[in-house]
Ligand binder design. Sequence first.
Ligand SMILES: [Zn+2]
Length: 458
Amino acid sequence: MISASKAFIGNNVVLEGTMQKACILVEDGKIVDILTGNASDDLNKDDYCVVVDAGNDVIMPGVVDSHVHVNEPGRTMWEGYWTVTEAAAVGGTTTIVDMPLNCIPSTTSCSAFATKLDYAESKCFVDVGFWGGIVPNNQDQLRPMLKAGVLGFKCFLIHSGVDDFPAVDRTDLEAAMTILQGTDAVILFHAEMDCSCNIGQSTGEPQTYNTFLESRPEVMEMRAIELVCELCLKYRVKCHIVHLSSASALPLIIEAKQMGAPLTVETCHHYLSLVAENVPEGATQYKCCPPIRSQHNQELLWEGILAGHIDMVVSDHSPCTPDLKDLPTGDFTTAWGGIASVQFGLSLFWTSCQQRDLTIHDVVRLLCSNTAQLAGLGHRKGAIKIGYDADFVIWDPQSSYEVSRRMIRHKNKLTPYEGRQLQGVVKTTVVGGVLVYDKEITARIPRGKMLLRNTENV
Ligand SMILES: [Zn+2]
């Protein structure tokens, strides 16, 4: 018999392509064996010091959210490691990957990355990986940052919102891609680009959502994605488009993929759950860039998901302090853009799945395995397999709940989802074999691991 100290059993365990009765044996944070069928019935529970029986609840790989802005250090009042990872754990997310901007300093050098790690260590309830940043003139830092353990790099093709993370142009990108050729590092693109029909041109009422929406037209995403596709095909460096909001850019992505570009694309829960037509006057908690678009556009994004053209779905959790949302004036043109939602990703997505032809296996693919793959963690996260990390979410897909301010664990509670009825209740979250959340946060000490890149191929 394989030696294991923990056993997780349930009638609905999501294994590759199946959901069945199974027993997962865990030792030292890893899955060491999976017993199915009769073998799981024969389990002698006395052999294990911890047995978690999920009954009819689903045991699924923990969600891997590859797009989270933590803001610590420097803007910890916006969001910090302790609160964001607590919120992640409560929502069934067992790994987050932290974006390189909105913290101070931005993660654009080895020393800034070392600072990030100093602040994150010993404050995280779930595992945390880190994206580095590409900005003008930091090309000499890229390979050293990869060696130090960042999982890849994010860049902006338009003003990022913070001055210490400037946008890159074609020349900067060609230099960066030349340096990264031959590695398997991925470049993440905030794919909006200034063009003639530009920001600030709209003259409508600033409290009306449409005024903001018209200032960020779909063509800005199209122009940026054209450049990404062109450079991806030219340099064959892995490229990834973050938070696709405009479905009209999908044909460009599909064509580039068909031509062999190593290209992936994500969209976010807010583009799939919220629509421009329903944003109330002055409700700046709905503001993000690129913007939430029309109902019609949302349907096309769902078609892209169903057809397999959109590879993954993430939160883009990006909170700020309430004053920056300008709620008293409700001015969409001046409010900080960003939506806080790391705690609700699984339920938001599952709620939408109820009206569409998606299964729990699609949820695992889009929220767990493909995001793990993007972050270079596909060999240890995103699936329940022997040798993988014992990261699980145990949840009831049949139950629902209403989002209340009281239940929100991330630091700033303002979210467009308050009052929403969501399907799918997380009961227990397990990180590295340890119960971190079990109807309440049960881990006394945050033991989440810092996920550093495997540096063999730098
Ligand atoms: Zn973001």
